[in-house]
Structures are given as C-alpha cells and as structure tokens.
Design a binder for this molecule. Sequence first.
Ligand SMILES: Nc1nc2c(ncn2[C@@H]2O[C@H](COP(=O)(O)OP(=O)(O)OP(=O)(O)O)[C@@H](O)[C@H]2O)c(=O)[nH]1
Length: 716
Amino acid sequence: MDQSHKAHRTRQAGPKKKSKSDKKKKRDDNSTEEKKQNPKAFAFSSSVKAKRLQSRSVEKEQRRLHVPTIDRSYGEPAPYVVVVQGPPGVGKSLLIKNLVKHYTKHNLPEVRGPITIVSGKQRRVQFVECPNDINCMIDAAKFADLALLLVDASYGFEMEFFEFLNILKVHGFPKIMGVLTHLDKFNDVKKLKKTKQRLKHRFWTETCDGAKLFYLSGLIHGKYPKREIHNLARFISVMKFRPLTWRTSHPYLLVDRLEDVTPPERMHIAGVGDYSLSGVSALADPCPLPSAAKKKGLRDKEKLFYAPMSGIGELLYDKDAVYININDHLVQFSKTDNEHGEATRKGKQRDVGVDLVKSLQKTKYSIDEKLGQSRISLFGRDPAIPSQGQHDVDGHEAAEQTHDPVTLTEHAPPVGSDEENGAEDLDSSESSDQDGASQMYGSDSDDENGETPKEKANRKGCVKEKIEFHGGRLRRKVVFGDDIDDKDLKDSDDGMEEDDDDADDVNDHSHSGSDFSDDDGEDQNTDDDMGNISKWKVSLAERTIPRKHINLMQLVYGKSASMSTTSVNEEQDDSDDGESDGDEFFKPKGQVNKKLSESLDGANASVEDCSKFTNFGDLKNWKQKEVYESIRDRFVTGDWSKAAQRNELSETKNEDDEDSMYGDFEDLETGEKYEGHQQGQSGDGSMRTENDQAAEERRLKKLALRAKFDAQYPFN
Ligand SMILES: Nc1nc2c(ncn2[C@@H]2O[C@H](COP(=O)(O)OP(=O)(O)OP(=O)(O)O)[C@@H](O)[C@H]2O)c(=O)[nH]1
C-alpha cells in the first residue's frame, strides 16, 4: 500500500528548538570571527581576477542603461501583437492553438484573424498568423511587436524566412524569436544535435548573436509538448517591449472588421479605399484587462480571450458577414418540407419569397466560388485563360517561380510520383547541371581548385533560392554559399527512415555545418556587411515587379506587319534550334505541326494568312480545246512522242518557276550561296540567258572543286 510520508516539522518551541538555534548562532559567529581575524583570506587572491570581476559588473551596469525613450502611450497598454510567420505547413496554426490553450485553457477550433488573450494582470497579447504572401508580410511587419519565425528544421531555412526578416528590418525591426519545428523527423540524435546547432548559428548570423531560438521537439497527441509551449509562453509574457521609434512615426492600426457606412465626408482607409464617414463610435473593449485589485496571478475567469474570426462560441465574423451558428436539431429547416413539396404545392400556391429561399438552400456553391472556377476564352483556339490567375490555392507562384532568372530552379517529379525517385532525379540533375546549383555544391573538385580565394569568398556570402518539390508542395529552399564543403551529415544519414532520407539528402547537399567553429567564423566574416541579405533582396524586388501582361490591344489589332512576321520567324528559328540538338531531332510529324500551329494561334494571332496568296494563274483552264487536246496524247491511243515533247516544255517552265519560288539557297556541299530570281523577272529572256551563264559557271566551279577534292583524296 502506498503511504504518503508526512513532511518533517521543525520544532517551534521547547528545549530542542533552543539547542538548535544556539548551535546555528555559534556557527555564524565563528565564520564572522574568522573573516575578521584574517580578512585577506577572503579578498581577491589575484589582481587580474579582481579586475575582470570589476569590469564585468561595470559592463552589466552599462548594459542596463538605455537611451531614454518617450512612451507616448496612455491608458491601458494595447495588446502586444505577436505575429507567427513561416512557410506553409510549418506549424503556425498549431503553435497559436497551443499557446491559446496554454493561456486560456480553451481549444481553438481554427486560427482565423487576430486572437487576443489576457496573459497577465497588465498584459494582453494578440496572435496573428501571417499568411504567405509578400503583401501580408509587409502588413504584418508594420504592426508586429514580436515576430515568431517558424522554421521547419527537417528541411532548413526557406525563402519566406529571409523575406520576412528583411521586411522586418525596414519596418523598425521589432523583436523576433525563432522557433524550430518538425524536430521529431530526425531519428539520429547526433544529426538532430548538429542540425539544431547549425540552424542556430545561421539564425544568429542572420539576426544577431544570442537571438532566442526555441526548439519544439515534436508532437504529442497532435500537440507540441506542454513544457516547451509553457517556456515559450513565459518568454512572451515577460518580454519587455520598448516603443519603436519607427512605429511611433509610422503608426498603424490593425482593423478586425470593417462596416461600410455611407456619406457625408470622405476619408481614406489604407488598403480599402476612399469612403465617406458617417461617424466613429468606440466599442466596448471585448477583451479588457482584469481589475487592478492586488492579488497574485490571474483567475480562470479573467483569462479572457477574443478571437472573432476563429469560430469561438456561436458567432463567426467573416469579411462581410456575421454568422450565427444554430445547431441543426434546434431548427426545423424547410428542407424537410421540400421533400414533400410536390404534395403541398398542389394544395395552395406557394409564396415567391419562400420559393426563392428554398432555391437558395439547394445551391451547392456560392457565386464567388462559381466565378472562381469559371474560365474565359478570348479566342476560339486559344487555351482557356483561367480567371483565377496564376496563383494556386496556397498562394504560391509556382509557375512563375520556375522562370525566375535570378533564382536557381529545379523541378522534381509531380505529385504522386515516387518520392525516392524524385530525390534521385534531383541528385542527378544537380550533378549534370553546370550552372547554378552544381557550382555551389562543390562536388566538382576541379572547379574548387580553379577558384581564386576572392571568388570563393564571394561565393560563400551568397544565398540562393532553390525551388523544389518537397513534402507535398513546392518549397523555396535557401542554399547558403558557405555550406557546400561539408558532407559529414550525409555520412551520418544511414540510420534514417526512407522518407527522412529523402529530406535529409537534399539538406545535406545544401547545408553543411558539421564544423561549427569554422562555420561561425566564416559567417562572421561574410556577414559583416550583411551581404547575404542584399543579394537575395534582388530576387525579392523582382518578384514584386508586376508580371508582364498580355497586351489586348496587340491581340486584337495585331502588331505591325514587320513585327509579327519577325516574331514568327523567331519562333520558327527557336523551334528549329531546339529540334536540331540531340533527341529533339526526330519528332512525330503531328507534333511539329501542332507546335507550329500553336505558335501561329497563340502569340502571332495577327500574322497575315499566307494561304491567301495562292497563284491561281498557274491553274489550267481545262475547258479550252488546246488544253484538253494536250492530254489526249498521254493515253495509249494517243501519240506518245508529242506528249514527251510537251512534257519537256512544261518541265523547263516548271524549273524556272521553282527557281523563282524558292529564291536564295545555299549548296551545302560546296558552301556556295546562290541567289534566286525575283518573281517579276521570271519571264524576261535576257535574264534567262544570264541564268544559263550563271548555271554554267556554277557547274564549272563544282567540277573544279571536285577535281580539287579528288586530288586531295586520291583513293576515294
Ligand atoms: N511531425 C511534426 N508535424 C508537425 C510539427 N508541427 C506541425 N506539424 C504538422 O504539420 C501540419 C501543418 O500544421 P499547421 O499548423 O496547419 O501549419 P501552418 O503553418 O499553419 O500551415 P498553413 O496554414 O498551411 O500555412 C499539421 O498536420 C501538423 O500536425 C512538428 O513539429 N512535427
């Protein structure tokens, strides 16, 4: 049987208590006496140590000092906004849910819009999930007091991290904390440790030394470990936020909802447009701070939270509507009525309004959804232009990304194909690719040797973007120039699971970091001038430049004739070039035709129709007597010799015609160029003699060349 032991209670009174306190007193006296007798024994033994201690205490003192900042806020402090940012699927929503659960003991069904919670007596915190969109990142950077940058540790840094970091830097740089997730995907403890270290050092390099990085070691029942969430929450709760000078000069307002109220004075709401203002009314604070009564901690009742968009309670605020959730069993919908609708309709005439409502109930998709799926076809043979634009559901610009000239692009197999094969493909493409990634991976030892130290230094500072298909989506991985040489991690891969292997192989190519001291040193050298960031900024700037749109004017009216014909020529040249090399040479006839017709249909819709220029003059009029007589001699009963004569005549004529038709040509055997006749001159007799002469000359030239060739190769 389990029996709990009672804690020891020290004596509060009595002789035992007295004797104990006497002993203690004696001991204390002795120690003070000792100090008094030999004070030097308790002073610093070395002056160096003393100096170091003194300077340390002075330094600590100095660090506490700050330039005084004026806090212009009054009244209750506004909630501190914690923006949770990271690439898709990194665990942003899950982290917010876990933090909310920690603070409020409530489960959040979904994370939508800002979520405000009371985290302490004097503190409210608002969590906002930052969508993966540059514009949203810019908005989030404007109101964030703290940014939690989530990184999928099993994959490494992605471009979203750097993009947001840079955006933060130009917005006054609020506080940041890094959070590593997906650490449970590592089976090898050694590898996990190394990856943690490597990512930490990289994080420090990109931000500042000692920047806080949290590790969320995995999922327990679909949630992050309580202890880790507790630690993170504690950091958020006690964090000191100093007013940012940038923020005070560029104040921003985070608007939950907007109700369109009409006239009289117009005002501009950023991101929404010009509106007329009817009035401004202050609503009661939905998430007030608890009463200021002196008591320790928060009571459960006071642990309020306000998440209007996240479906808490029975109310849900959408962009343009408010929904009240009523359980189905509480309401009798007319749907049941609908089933017997036929019978009731016979009895009495139904109201138009009722019919309308019922027809609305039947619709499966809203108008927005229907419009979203609709397609517009501008030209009959054109591929339909989807109205959704280029973006896919997640807001990725996958198609566009692959054409980014600054970035390195690599394509893995499409969804559903074998992942392992995909990884192999990646590897092979890396090794075969001469420009871009393969140079950075440093697999080619010749390249390495040929490089000057300066080039190496330049290369080390560079951050490149590598687009690949991983974990079910396109990811924009960050590849660091200084991570090439290390292959240690690859060696330690062996024990990993198959899936992990895939992920880690990719990691290993791009990341190094087994030698941390080296890595660190290099990082500090190269990142002194923040070279990294300025380089990838280029790609950021390019991504924000609006894409080139199709000019409808050109599509309808066409380019100038010369423009259009040249573009056709170019297109054909291109296709010729493509076909001339390697496997492309042999192509099914249909494909080539299709390609050509596509090029004509698409970009060059306005090209003139050359089929209209058929020379009908060549066609013979078979109704004339001489013409149909001419065919009579070709039959068995006719005179064949006459027909042969006629044939000769028509052949010479045809030759002339062909010459004039095909114009310039080059004799590939001899390398000579021949100029063709102009169409208008085909009937000219003098020209024909000239042609004859030219032909004769050509023949002689050919003979001479042949003799020369024979002389060179007598056995041939
Ligand atoms: N194994 C593992 N899975 C995780 C971890 N963190 C999150 N996940 C899973 O990743 C998936 C995506 O998590 P979310 O919280 O929806 O990610 P998100 O960043 O909000 O995704 P988006 O909203 O699409 O941007 C969920 O199925 C999580 O269970 C982790 O540390 N380890």
